[in-house]
Design a protein around this ligand. Structure first.
Ligand code: ATP
Ligand code: MG
Length: 212
């Protein structure tokens, strides 16, 4: 049986990477085979593209350039890692995926949504995640969490208004596709976030088992 594909989404410092650890524990408990991966990146070539996207630089990065780099990395990631693993029956958990493109390159940067749809259809097609968990926190909370980190990348350094658009964008994605996209209140304690995630995974797994 094909594995399930789950993506984690949310703004900087919302707790995606932390959530991945909780998912790992749940999958281990259920004895489900899985791999963890991330976007942009996930394969050696896609990780090189990630560096190109995130490195702070003097030269202005054109919005279309950023969009195409993200989708170039995604095409590689899907073909060389995600699809082969799902076909083997392995679950794939990705720290960010397609929703981030709609939110960052679309909503936050005001990118052309028709172009995004075209790229999404071309590069991702039917290979959307089976489920997406959006880690939602007020922008100030996310910012406080990342400020404590030493290394800040190009997107961490955006304005508060940009990060607010990012938060709104993810909530809109959840509203538009509530069957796939589930919101986790990540402003809560780590214990509560863990519990919310386990509840969502248990519910999803039950639905998927019923679909077979
Ligand atoms: N619910 C929480 N309560 C308190 N602190 C938290 C919570 N979730 C995450 N943190 C802390 O906030 C910081 C950022 O969390 P994490 O790295 O998981 O976020 P992220 O969404 O992966 O960020 P990025 O987008 O930058 O990768 C970490 O130091 C983490 O320990
Ligand atoms: Mg992270």
């Amino acid at each position: 049986m094909r594995g399930k594909f789950i993506s984690l989404e949310g703004g900087e410092g919302s707790g995606k990477t932390t959530a991945i650890h909780f998912i790992r524990e749940w999958l281990d408990d259920q004895k489900i085979p899985y791999i963890m991966t991330r976007e942009p990146g996930g394969t050696p070539l896609a990780e090189e593209i990630r560096q190109l996207i995130l490195t702070p630089r003097e030269e202005a990065v054109n919005d279309v350039t950023e969009l195409l780099l993200v989708f170039a990395a995604r095409a590689q990631h899907l073909a060389e890692k995600i699809q082969p693993e799902l076909n083997k029956g392995v679950w794939v958990i990705s720290d960010r995926f397609l929703d981030s493109s709609y939110v960052y390159q679309g909503k936050a940067r005001g990118g052309d949504l028709a172009m995004l749809d075209q790229l999404a259809n071309w590069v991702v097609g039917d290979n959307k995640p089976d489920a997406t968990l959006v880690l939602d926190v007020p922008v100030e909370v996310g910012q406080e969490r990342v400020v404590q980190r030493q290394h800040q990348d190009r997107l961490d350094k955006e304005s508060l208004a940009f990060h607010q658009k990012v938060r709104d964008g993810f909530l809109e994605r959840a509203k538009a596709d509530p069957k796939r996209v589930k919101v986790v209140d990540a402003s809560q304690s780590l214990e509560s976030v863990k519990k919310q995630i386990e509840e969502q995974l248990a519910k999803l797994n039950k639905t998927w088992a019923g679909d077979c």
